[in-house]
Design a protein around this ligand. Structure first.
Ligand SMILES: Cc1cc2nc3c(=O)[nH]c(=O)nc-3n(C[C@H](O)[C@H](O)[C@H](O)COP(=O)(O)OP(=O)(O)OC[C@H]3O[C@@H](n4cnc5c(N)ncnc54)[C@H](O)[C@@H]3O)c2cc1C
Ligand code: SF4
Length: 509
């Protein structure tokens, strides 16, 4: 007799996921479904859809091989389901049970959807993270400001990663000071491990090609791994070839170098094909074996047990209205250049072109190029959020929204960061080789050919003066602005306004 349905969502592809751990192979039925709503609530990149469907089909096969009964609906079945709830209702009828066990989704929208499904649904806490939601709440309780550094130290103590008894390895918690070098010369890492699609994946590629022809993004060549075995090989490949220089060059950008020394593991990690601790232990071992320096390994581990856990905590702490916040009142529509429209700004075209081909851009491209531009130009943060959610293979709301709404757009009014991440063209010039080949001149501050980041930077500071001029971390910027003569300030503001008018009118900028 069937006792319960066990729901496994597309980003829960791990045998250790909470609902599966509690299931009984002899009587429970696993439900997995490729549904139209999830594939289309934002126009996801075709590589992202293909990755998730292919990984789901492979995972379902692994479960069957392991003796589980899996009720799997494909999007190209004769009667596919519109939503997860519809798939559960149909399975409940087929198998004669109304009991469902799910692992809590990483998105308020889906949590409510499951709560509203007229079945007996139990949502178990997702325990694939280092910090539980309750631990984060306890940490946040009573703090005036939630800042990563203190939380991160607690995660180091909790996991014992890079700890020598109660002290941090190397006597420092954070080696960022040694990182952030601009890259020069050639990249001696071959980039992420690439996989050849098998028959299951090829069927998914055909389906995605037929069903999502209009979505922004290039589907083929498709090189992502789709199983835990693949993802572990990609991890080993990165630890051997990329990790040692990850720290030094994590903020660097180079023309036509899409991956540099980054791991390209976030899509595997977020879908459940890898666990955060297995990645961090592999990195720690490389340091213990003398194969990677401490600054690289600490920097890498901080991203995973620090930032990744921190932003998840913030997402649940802040509640379901988080993605509609707009503290700076920005309302300009997302320009067409984000969807591949023409632009002369080389930094933006590089970041967006590789987003289109790979469903990937690294952190500084997301934060200091596409994010910085959207913030300076006053783009509606909700539109910016939906763009990031759509175009990256690793994007799920729990991790994407605090990074976009919070860190990148300051739309949460300072929950994630104490000041907005804004910069003029100088930062991009320092960290990349883009500017030397750009149609604009980064050294030119006004007039013909002036880099738009230079104009928009001051425009942003000027229009948000009342909010930021008292921020101790921004005082220098305002002092520099105030020292400029009035004519120069006026020229900058009027040229920035003209640029924004061109941007709004759809003129290529
Ligand atoms: C506007 C914006 C949107 C973002 N959206 C997402 C998203 O949807 N999904 C996502 O996983 N990351 C997101 N990030 C964070 C970060 O850019 C990506 O995690 C990273 O680029 C993934 O590439 P990688 O695997 O090569 O990472 P690496 O540079 O190799 O870093 C290692 C790992 O650290 C983790 N990590 C690093 N930075 C962050 C961070 N800020 N928040 C959470 N985890 C982090 C990732 O799991 C990553 O795989 C976003 C950042 C910004 C600024
Ligand atoms: S000059 Fe300005 S627009 Fe061009 S690449 Fe540099 S920062 Fe980007």
């Amino acid at each position: 007799m069937v006792s319960r349905l066990i729901l496994v969502l597309g980003d829960q592809l791990s045998p250790d996921v909470a609902a599966l751990k509690s299931a009984d192979k002899s009587s429970d039925i696993i439900v997995m479904a490729e549904v139209a709503d999830e594939a289309a609530y934002v126009p996801h990149h075709p590589k992202k859809i293909a990755f998730l469907f292919a990984a789901m089909r492979h995972f379902a096969q692994t479960l069957r091989d392991d003796g589980w009964t899996v009720d799997y609906t494909q999007l190209d079945d004769a009667a596919p389901h519109a939503s997860i709830g519809a798939a559960l209702l149909a399975a409940a009828e087929r198998h004669g049970t109304s009991k469902v066990v799910a692992t809590e989704p990483g998105e308020w929208r889906l949590i409510s959807h499951l709560n509203e499904t007229p079945l007996e649904v139990t949502q178990k806490e997702d325990d694939r993270f280092v910090a539980t939601r309750a631990e984060f709440e306890a940490w946040a309780e009573g703090r005036k400001e939630l800042r990563l550094e203190w939380f991160y130290r607690d995660m180091r103590r909790k996991t014992g990663l890079l700890m020598e008894s109660d002290k941090p390895a190397g006597d420092k918690w954070n080696f960022d000071h040694d990182n952030r070098k601009p890259a020069s010369g050639s990249v001696d890492f071959s980039g992420p491990m690439q996989f050849t699609p098998d028959q299951i994946t090829n069927e998914v590629l055909d389906l995605v090609e037929a069903r999502f022809p209009e979505n922004f993004g290039t589907l083929r060549p498709f090189w992502f791994g789709v199983t835990t075995t693949d993802a572990r090989r990609a991890l080993t490949h990165f630890i051997k070839g990329g990790l040692a220089k990850f720290g030094d060059y994590q903020d660097a950008m180079l023309q036509d170098e899409k991956f540099l020394w980054h791991s390209i593991l976030s899509m595997y990690l977020n879908a459940g094909l890898l666990s955060p601790l297995e990645i961090c232990r592999a990195a720690e071992q490389a340091w213990l074996d003398g194969n990677a320096p401490l600054n690289a390994v600490e920097g890498f581990i901080r991203q995973i047990i620090g930032w990744r856990e921190f932003v998840r905590g913030i997402y649940f702490h802040e509640g379901p209205d988080y993605t509609s916040r707009n503290a700076l009142g920005h309302g300009r529509a997302l320009p067409a250049l984000y969807w591949g429209g023409e632009t002369k700004m080389l930094c933006l075209s590089q970041a967006i072109d590789q987003t289109r081909t790979e469903a990937y851009a690294h952190h500084i491209q997301r934060l200091m190029v596409t994010g910085n531009f959207a913030l300076l130009a006053g783009i509606d943060p909700h539109e910016v959020h939906e763009w990031y959610l759509a175009v990256y293979a690793d994007a799920y709301e729990w991790v994407e929204a605090p990074n976009t709404i919070g860190m990148s757009q300051f739309a949460d009014g300072g929950v994630v960061g104490s000041k907005p991440y804004v910069s003029s063209g100088n930062y991009i010039d320092r960290m990349s080789d883009y500017c030397k080949s750009c149609a604009y001149s980064v050294k030119t501050k006004t007039g013909e050919g002036a880099c738009p980041f230079n104009l928009l930077y001051w425009h942003f500071l000027d229009r948000h003066r009342s909010r930021f001029s008292d921020n101790p971390r921004m005082g220098n910027m305002y002092r520099t602005w105030d020292r400029m003569n009035a004519d120069k300030r006026e020229t900058i503001l009027s040229e920035a306004d003209a640029f924004l008018r061109d941007l709004e009118s759809g003129k290529p900028v």
